[in-house]
Ligand binder design. Structure first.
Ligand code: SF4
Length: 231
């Protein structure tokens, strides 16, 4: 499969924030979010082909790591992702899969499904062709697929927030998932790739979390390392 990067860092987002983890970033994505912070794995996918064995060897070079994160791009479109997850599990790793939840899990091995359905704020602008913009809109929310993940895995539901208007959209989406989702499982994460941009959204997010009982999701890696690859 095409691999953009493999690196050892601290998980910066969600329930496992702060946990040392090996990140395996596949390259390629079926969406084109306007604010994507890993364009090199989505809009312009770069990387090197690696076999499952080669990836395992690289992961083994970080012997202290107990946690692995399959991320992207969209890891669920990577050929061989099921085999990779199974092999990592066999070697004793905890596996988080960070996905937009547009592709069904199909039995993939996973200890934490970090599901991030994309809101209207992700719609790409005129930099992209009309065909890609249409594809993004058609694909970005798949309620049945989200429900499939939620039914079969421990999960967190992470929404990227740019404004107060996103909160109403989230309410409409949650009603489509066909089950009650505990508010503490719903994470609101500020959009932004600098501390300044993230902090500017704090007031909206903190207020929304208190109002709905949702959880605030910071971006620790941005605070610690800035917007740089390999972190
Ligand atoms: S789903 Fe993730 S990787 Fe793909 S375009 Fe959106 S933000 Fe980027």
């Amino acid at each position: 499969m095409l691999i953009s990067e493999i690196f050892y860092s601290l998980q910066g987002e969600g329930e496992l924030t702060g946990v040392p983890s090996v990140f395996i970033r596949t390259s390629g994505c079926n969406l084109r979010c306007n604010w994507c912070d890993t364009m090199y794995a989505s809009w312009q996918p770069e990387g090197d082909p690696m076999s499952v064995d080669e990836i395992l060897r690289k992961v083994d070079s970080f012997p202290a790591a107990q946690h692995c994160v399959l991320t992207g791009g969209e890891p669920m479109v990577a050929k061989g992702i099921h085999e990779l997850a199974a092999a990592l599990k066999s070697s004793g790793k905890h596996i988080t899969i960070e996905t937009a939840a547009t592709i069904p899990p199909a039995g993939i091995v996973c200890d934490l499904a970090s599901l991030s359905p994309k809101l209207t704020n992700s719609t790409p602008d005129a930099r992209l062709s009309e065909a890609w913009r249409h594809k993004h809109e058609e694909l970005r929310v798949q309620p049945a697929v989200v429900a499939d993940w939620i039914a079969h895995y421990p999960y967190q539901l992470k929404f990227v927030i740019t404004s107060e208007a996103d909160l109403q959209e989230i309410q409409l989406l949650l009603a489509q998932f066909g089950r009650e989702i505990p508010p503490v499982k719903i994470l609101l994460m500020p959009e932004g790739t600098s501390s300044k941009a993230i902090r500017e959204r704090d007031e909206t997010l903190v207020d929304a979390c208190k109002r709905y009982g949702y959880r605030y999701c910071d971006r620790l890696h941005v605070e610690l390392f800035g917007h740089t690859r390999g972190t």
